[in-house]
Design a protein around this ligand. Structure first.
Ligand SMILES: O=C(CO)[C@H](O)[C@H](O)COP(=O)(O)O
Ligand SMILES: [Fe+2]
Length: 218
C-alpha cells in the first residue's frame, strides 16, 4: 500500500516541519488538497504553496485539484512541481482534454470521482490515466466520516481495471482510518490518503504504521 498524508490537516504555520515528519515516518506521497471556494466550499492552496514545499521533500506531490475548469491551472501546478495532478471529473466538461494537458506537462494524470459519480462515466478515459481517486467523503473538508457505499464502487472500478487489463492506481480519500483502509484495500485500493487520522495525533508515524498493519493482517 502507499500512504499519502493530506497536509490539509497539517499545521499551516509549520508546514515544512509537518511534511518532513511524515516523510521520515514512511509516507509515500504528500497529498495536496487544492480548493477554490467554487467547486467546493473551502479555499486552500495554490501553485505558490506547491512551489514553496517542492524543495523541502523528496516525496512525490500528489495534487488533488478541487477547482472549476482545472485546465486553466494545469501548467501552473506542473511548473510548481506537482508529480501527480488529479482533476475532478465533475469540474470540467472536457475531462479527456484535461488529461491530455496534464500528460503534455510530463506529469502523472489522475481523475477523481465524487461519491455521486459512477465509475461508468469514466470508462472511456480509463486507459489514459495513471490514477483514479475514489472520494470516500464529499470533497471540501478534512475530518468527515467515510461513506460505506463507496466500497462497492471501488470493487466495481477494480473489476473494470482487471477486465480492461489496465494498471492505474486506485486511490481513496476521506475518512481513512485502519478499519476503512482495510475495507478499501480488500476492495482493490492501493493508495490511501489520510489527513486527520495521521496529523491529528501525537505521532504521525505510528498512525501510518497502524494503517499498514490493518492491511497486512487480514
Ligand atoms: O480531499 C480531501 C477533502 O476534500 C482530503 O484529502 C480528505 O478529506 C482527507 O481528510 P481526512 O483524512 O481527514 O478525511
Ligand atoms: Fe484530497
Amino acid at each position: 500500500m502507499k500512504i499519502a498524508p493530506s497536509i490539509l490537516s497539517a499545521d499551516f504555520a509549520h508546514l515544512a516541519r509537518d511534511i518532513q515528519t511524515v516523510e521520515k515516518g514512511g509516507a509515500d506521497y504528500i497529498h495536496v488538497d487544492v480548493m477554490d471556494g467554487h467547486f467546493v466550499p473551502n479555499i486552500t492552496f495554490g501553485p505558490n504553496v506547491v512551489s514553496a514545499i517542492r524543495p523541502i521533500t523528496k516525496l512525490p506531490l500528489d495534487c488533488h485539484l478541487m477547482i472549476e475548469n482545472p485546465e486553466r491551472y494545469i501548467a501552473d501546478f506542473a511548473k510548481a512541481g506537482a508529480d501527480i495532478l488529479s482533476v475532478q471529473v465533475e469540474s470540467t466538461p472536457h475531462i479527456h482534454r484535461a488529461i491530455q494537458m496534464i500528460k503534455q506537462q510530463g506529469v502523472k494524470a489522475g481523475i477523481v470521482l465524487n461519491p455521486g459519480t459512477s465509475v461508468e462515466t469514466v470508462r472511456p478515459v480509463l486507459a489514459d490515466v495513471d490514477l483514479v481517486l475514489v472520494m470516500t467523503v464529499n470533497p471540501g473538508f478534512g475530518g468527515q466520516g467515510f461513506i460505506p457505499t463507496m466500497v462497492e464502487k471501488i470493487k466495481t472500478l477494480a473489476s473494470i481495471k482487471k477486465e480492461m487489463n489496465l494498471s492505474f492506481e486506485i486511490e481513496v480519500d476521506g475518512g481513512i482510518v485502519p478499519e476503512t483502509a482495510k475495507e478499501c484495500w480488500e476492495a482493490g485500493a492501493t493508495v490511501f490518503v489520510a489527513g486527520s487520522y495521521v496529523y491529528r495525533a501525537d505521532e504521525p508515524a505510528k498512525q501510518m504504521e497502524a494503517l499498514r498493519e490493518a492491511v497486512a493482517y487480514d
